[in-house]
Design a protein around this ligand. Structure first.
Ligand code: ZN
Length: 340
């Protein structure tokens, strides 16, 4: 009769001879075929249960010897294959550990963010509270409470993104003043940096840009306080050499109102194309809070007075870094941003 032990052993030897000894997966497949749960040797061991009691010891001994032999041969083959694979890995690619690693460059602050932080830092140092405000405003906060009734011609000054008749994307941060005055009792000083939205787009206007709004309400506040504060602020931002001036202007929510100019950053006031040869550049609007605005929020205009100002952050960043187009600031082009 055919000896099943010899049969399996010779089959194993034959298959081992044709198995690649540089491939651990192939050796492992061989192990599974003979020693796995349904492997040939395992199946043979299961047959022991069907044998007569006196036949079992001899059978058991033979099958154990076979299993040990296969086991050992597989271990040796596996070790050989692992070594061969390692060798191949080392030969196929080598690492020069003296080469510099992949650089992860440190980023830098976005010029708009940097300006915003600098401005906030200045006013916080002056005891101002920082409010964030909201991007969507109702007609009351964006216009009416700011002394701009529905038929007021100044509404034509701004082209507004309306969400519906009475709700809009804010056209200025001034609405935050109203929210603040409705919920706080004077005296107070606050600034409100944030995004504003207007239907407007060219080299110096963007449909979305950032403003910083400021408001001070206290007893005995005058226009002189406003001018003193803003001139100090401009010196901090543009350097001690900068010259400043106020020009009379009009805003519905301030009286009197002024536009603030600084000497041109491109020509230091001598006159150039950028400043239209005037030597001056406008950076924002300001004025004393109109008594009607104080009345709208229930503040006694006899007891308290105040001033307010608003500046475009994008415009200040453009002047500071001499950026020719406002769109560059928000396009997030790496080639542009890397310069800062
Ligand atoms: Zn100039």
């Amino acid at each position: 009769m055919t000896n099943p032990f010899e049969l399996i052993k010779s089959q194993f030897v034959a298959e081992l001879a044709t198995t690649s000894l540089s491939d651990t997966a192939a050796v492992d497949a061989l192990r599974v075929k003979f020693l796995g749960k349904k492997g040939l040797v395992t199946e043979l061991m299961k047959q022991m249960g069907g044998l007569a009691a006196e036949e079992r010891p001899a059978f058991g001994k033979l099958v154990n010897v076979l299993k040990a032999e296969v086991d050992q041969a597989i271990e040796v083959a596996l070790a050989t294959a692992r070594e061969a694979e390692l060798e191949q890995k080392l030969n196929s690619g080598w690492v020069d550990i003296s080469l510099p690693g992949d650089g992860i460059g440190a980023g830098s602050l976005h010029p708009l963010y940097e300006i915003r932080e600098e401005i906030v830092d200045f006013f916080m140092g002056m005891g101002f509270h920082v409010e964030s405000g909201r991007d969507v405003e109702t007609d009351w906060y964006n216009f009416e409470a700011l002394n701009t009734p529905p038929d007021h011609p100044s509404r034509d000054m701004q082209d507004t993104f309306y969400l519906d008749k009475k709700v809009m994307l804010r056209t200025h941060t001034s609405g935050t003043q109203i929210h603040y005055m409705e919920t706080h009792k004077p005296p107070f000083r606050m600034i409100a940096p944030g995004h504003v939205f207007r239907v407007d787009s060219d080299a110096t206007h963007a449909p979305m840009f950032q403003q910083v709004e400021g408001l001070v309400v206290d007893r005995g506040i005058t226009f002189a306080h406003l001018k003193g504060l803003l001139f100090l602020w401009a010196k901090r931002l543009f350097g001690n050499e900068v010259k400043m001036r106020f020009r009379p202007s009009f805003f519905p929510f301030t009286e009197p109102s002024a536009e603030m100019d600084i000497s041109c950053v491109f020509c230091s006031g001598a006159g150039c194309r950028r400043c239209k040869h005037t030597g001056w550049m406008e950076i924002g609007g300001c004025g004393c809070v109109d008594p009607n605005v104080l009345k709208n929020v229930g503040i006694d205009g006899e007891e308290f007075t105040g001033f307010a100002f608003g500046f475009g952050l994008d415009r200040i960043a453009m002047l500071r870094h001499q950026v020719p187009e406002i769109g560059l600031l928000t396009a997030n082009d790496q080639r542009f941003l890397r310069q800062f």
